[in-house]
Design a protein around this ligand. Structure first.
Ligand SMILES: [Zn+2]
Ligand SMILES: [Zn+2]
Length: 559
């Protein structure tokens, strides 16, 4: 009896983190996904390019996979697609127009060979999935055009997932379909899943169009070049900056790979309008007067490899910073990047630039996510019977859950979950039922196998504690040293190094002689005796636990 089949709801990514959003809805014979994102690694993950979800549960249930729905084209929602598609086959991806274009570009970029069916949806599209789900959409406002929330109807009840949103009443582009959302609410929503990114911020997120006044003011006064640095994902912002620059008769020079990519796709699909003759290449900058130039570039987070840092450090062949340049940071530092941004700003000022950053008094940036009043409004509009905060670190999810209870929802009906925690929707009631595997998988370069956590802890050891290599020369019988052991270290200070080398040699010799005396001369026994003696000494001496690499070499009897 289908009526008796519950719907399982779980996230493979997106809970306890801002990134790799991947929400799953499963019945006895179907699984649908909403979003498939990546997370960009924290500084504590050396050498990792991306973090993706563990897709193994989907792999073991691949016969059930019916479709992937994308809410919008940000990397934390689409960046996982190439990795997901290499693990399992997804029969069809539904995405709004701009996201679909970005996904196609991404798949070409990652040289994905097999054909992928991508179907564009709009606000009126309705997608039935087998006999299990009916999926429909409502338009939201966010920092990228074509952002949607998703409504999933099943025999057990209705689920609404907001996607990323803010409630912007004067947006760049189309309006939030508040009426549609209110209608869903009045018909009855059993589970709401909503964006928690700004759950710590009281009030309303300012409208995107607020930023325009600040940018206009700078353009009116700036004597020389204007360099605007922002996130390439913030297409609505780039759109506004371009409009202001063109109005002030400046040519536009785009720098940074991701910025070039995104603007080219957005122009191609009509989201950003720039005539070809208004765009200039870096090499042409010197042909124009300073007051005729607007550079739009990446690097607002102080990233060393991004366009703005490269201009400052002299790594850009075509331009540098000149006194009289005005540099606009149309962004806020992401927590953790503050020091990098400060260093970049100092260098810019040293080179004579006038730097404008976002502040309470002077608005040059607005978040794309809802603050607490908008979250309350969302609760009031949807009136959910159960609530699961999503898209946020744990403390954000917790606070968002509290907002719902303060508005009257029974705390037992609020589910603050981890990735992998599984809820069940059955006959309009949501309960917690268990957990599936949903660990982080680390991606180094384009190697899709993912790195194990053992590799990651090796890297962490190398980074913080260094490495010690020990070469031991034994005679052919393996029971006598034929020369002094060799010890090499990396990652120690020079004063530590001399000590560590000298004392380690002594410990190695002592340990080996004990082995010889007690006839424990198997290579594993000797290796372990050396390891334990040396690591104990180094930890006592330096407080560190370096990676030890021990090589036993046996001399071969000569002919
Ligand atoms: Zn987003
Ligand atoms: Zn997001």
């Amino acid at each position: 009896m289908l009526r008796d089949t519950p719907v399982k709801i779980y996230a493979l990514g997106g809970l306890g983190e801002v990134g790799k959003n991947t929400y799953c809805f499963e019945t006895e014979r179907s699984i649908i996904l909403v979003d498939a994102g990546v997370r960009f690694p924290e500084a504590t993950l050396p050498g990792v390019d991306y973090v993706i979800p563990d897709y193994s549960y989907l792999k073991s249930n691949r016969a059930k996979l019916k479709a992937l729905f994308i809410t919008h084209g940000h990397e934390d929602h689409i960046g996982g697609i190439p990795f997901l598609l290499r693990t399992v086959q997804i029969p069809v991806i539904y995405a709004p127009r701009l996201a679909a274009a970005l996904i196609r570009h991404k798949l070409e970029d990652s040289r994905f060979k097999e054909p992928v069916k991508i179907v564009e949806y709009d606000a009126d599209t309705v997608v039935p999935i087998a006999d299990d789900f009916i999926v429909s959409f409502f338009r939201v406002t966010h920092s990228i055009p074509d952002a949607f929330g998703v409504c999933i109807d099943s025999k057990q009840g209705r689920i609404v997932e907001t996607g990323d949103f803010k409630i912007d009443l004067t947006p760049v582009g189309p309006h939030f379909e508040i009426d549609k959302l209110a209608k869903l609410g009045s018909e009855g929503v059993d589970l709401l899943m909503a964006d928690s990114t700004n759950a710590e911020i009281e009030g309303y997120t300012p409208s995107e169009t607020n930023v325009r006044a600040g940018v206009e003011e700078i353009f009116e006064k700036a004597p020389g070049r204007i360099i605007v640095s922002t996130f390439s994902s913030n297409i609505n912002r780039i759109q506004q900056v371009v409009e202001v620059a063109l109005k002030h008769r400046r040519k536009i020079c785009i720098m940074g790979r991701s910025m070039k990519n995104v603007i080219s796709i957005a122009r191609q699909y009509g989201y950003i309008h720039i005539d070809d003759q208004a765009i200039i290449e870096e090499t042409m900058l010197r042909n124009y007067r300073m007051s005729e130039i607007c550079i739009i570039c990446t690097g607002s987070q102080g990233e060393a490899m991004a366009a703005l840092s490269r201009i400052v450090s002299g790594d850009n062949k075509n331009t540098t910073i000149y006194p009289g340049d005005t540099v606009i940071f149309s962004s806020n530092p992401i927590p953790g990047n503050g020091a990098l941004v400060d260093r970049l700003v100092n260098n810019l000022v040293k080179m004579g630039a006038d730097v404008k950053q976002n502040s309470l008094a002077f608005s040059l940036h607005s978040s794309g996510h809802p603050s607490r009043q908008e979250l309350r409004l969302m609760q009031r509009l949807v009136c959910p019977k159960h609530f699961m905060p999503v898209h946020g670190e744990y403390r954000m999810l917790k606070l968002h859950g509290e907002i719902a209870t303060q508005l009257g929802l029974d705390p037992e009906k609020v589910f603050v979950c981890d990735n992998g925690d599984t809820l069940q929707l059955f006959n309009h009631k949501v309960t917690r039922i268990g957990h599936i595997p949903a660990e982080d998988v680390y991606i180094d370069g384009n190697d899709l196998d993912g790195l194990s956590s053992a590799t990651m802890s090796d890297r962490a050891v190398l980074k913080s504690d260094g490495v010690v290599t020990i070469l031991i020369n034994l005679d052919h019988s393996g029971t006598k040293l034929i020369s002094e052991p060799l010890v090499y270290t990396r990652g120690f200070s020079s004063s530590e190094q001399a000590h560590v080398v000298r004392h380690s040699k002594m410990r190695v010799e002592e340990a080996l002689h004990e082995c010889f005396d007690s006839h424990r001369t198997g290579s594993a026994e000797m290796r372990s005796a050396v390891r334990s003696a040396v690591s104990k000494y180094i930890e006592r001496r330096t407080g560190r636990k370096p990676m030890l690499m021990i090589f036993l070499l046996n001399a071969v009897r000569g002919y």
